[in-house]
Every structure is written in structure tokens, then in C-alpha cells.
Ligand binder design. Structure first.
Ligand code: FES
Ligand code: FES
Length: 162
């Protein structure tokens, strides 16, 4: 079937087999290899991307299911060569080693902070529980995400007199 998906702000159309998964469309057809594929069973979270701003396992989602929708990958986070604050925080806090889990972690964290800009560490740990890391462990990851949360300014509507 033919699918049209907005990937990182750019519309793209492709003829894909009905059984093609979104992760394979992204990596093999579009060359967006920042999205990693680990287990292919929905367990490790390394393939996490955003679908209409919500985190999804791209190894479980058919490309056809993304037809007409927006997909965000790690490649779309930086703006004009400046890393997204969550990406920068991972670097600053040494929250990665091999990096295999990192794009999935970052995409999950971005979506989570969008919903919950001022989480505590427990909430961050829970939010990232579906993203497995085999080398760094989770302490630095949680620290990185917490540092972004700490620098987020309260929305204007949170202030007095509104
Ligand atoms: S590769 Fe998709 S969850 Fe592991
Ligand atoms: S940094 Fe290697 S798996 Fe997480």
C-alpha cells in the first residue's frame, strides 16, 4: 500500500508491503538509523519514536498504521544544529555508554516531560521503565531528565493573577 507520513516535519510517501514495520521504514527506506531495533518484541524500548507526539514502539507498529500521521525520531529533535535540551542533558550527565538505548530513552523522556514538566525522580523512573539499558544503568539517565525538568520554567498560566 501507499503510505504518506510526516516524518520530522517532512511529508514522505512510499509504497510499502502491508507487513512492513515502522522501524524498518524509518531505518531502511528513509535512512533514519538513529532509531535502534533491539528485541523486535516491544520489550526493550530502543525503537521508541513519537507518533502524533506520543511514544510508540516502532517495532510493533506497521508502517501502514502511521499513514496520515506525524512521526518524530531522534533525528528531528535538534534545531539548527543545537541539541534538544534532553539530548544535551544526556551528554552533560554522561547518561549513555554504548548509546544503543539512548534514542529510545530520549524520545520517551521528551514525550514524558511534555506531559509532566515538573516530575520528581520516582515519576521519571516510572516513565522510563519501559526503556531498558544494559550498560549505563538508570541513575544518570534519571539525573539527566531531572536536570531538564529543573530548568523548565513554569508556564505563564501557572503564575499568580491568572
Ligand atoms: S526493538 Fe522495539 S521494543 Fe525492542
Ligand atoms: S547505553 Fe548501552 S544499552 Fe544503554
Amino acid at each position: 500500500m501507499n503510505v504518506t507520513i510526516e516524518v520530522n516535519g517532512q511529508l514522505t510517501s512510499r509504497a510499502v508491503p502491508d507487513d512492513r514495520f515502522l522501524c524498518d521504514l524509518l531505518r531502511d527506506d528513509l535512512g533514519l538509523i538513529g532509531t535502534k531495533v533491539g528485541c523486535r518484541e516491544g520489550v526493550c524500548g530502543s525503537c521508541t519514536v513519537l507518533l502524533d507526539e506520543r511514544p510508540v514502539r516502532s517495532c510493533l507498529l506497521l508502517a501502514a498504521q502511521a499513514d496520515g500521521r506525524r512521526v518524530g525520531t531522534i533525528e528531528g529533535l535538534a534545531t539548527d544544529g543545537v541539541l534538544h535540551p534532553v539530548q544535551q542533558a544526556f551528554v552533560d550527565h554522561g547518561a549513555l555508554q554504548c548509546g544503543f538505548c539512548t534514542s529510545g530513552m530520549v524520545m520517551s523522556a521528551v514525550a514524558f516531560l511534555d506531559d509532566e514538566p515538573h516530575p520528581d525522580r520516582e515519576q521519571i523512573s516510572e516513565a522510563l521503565a519501559g526503556n531498558l539499558c544494559r550498560c549505563t544503568g538508570y541513575v544518570k539517565v534519571v539525573e539527566a531528565v531531572a536536570s531538564v525538568a529543573a530548568t523548565e520554567q513554569p508556564a505563564a498560566s501557572d503564575g499568580p493573577g491568572r
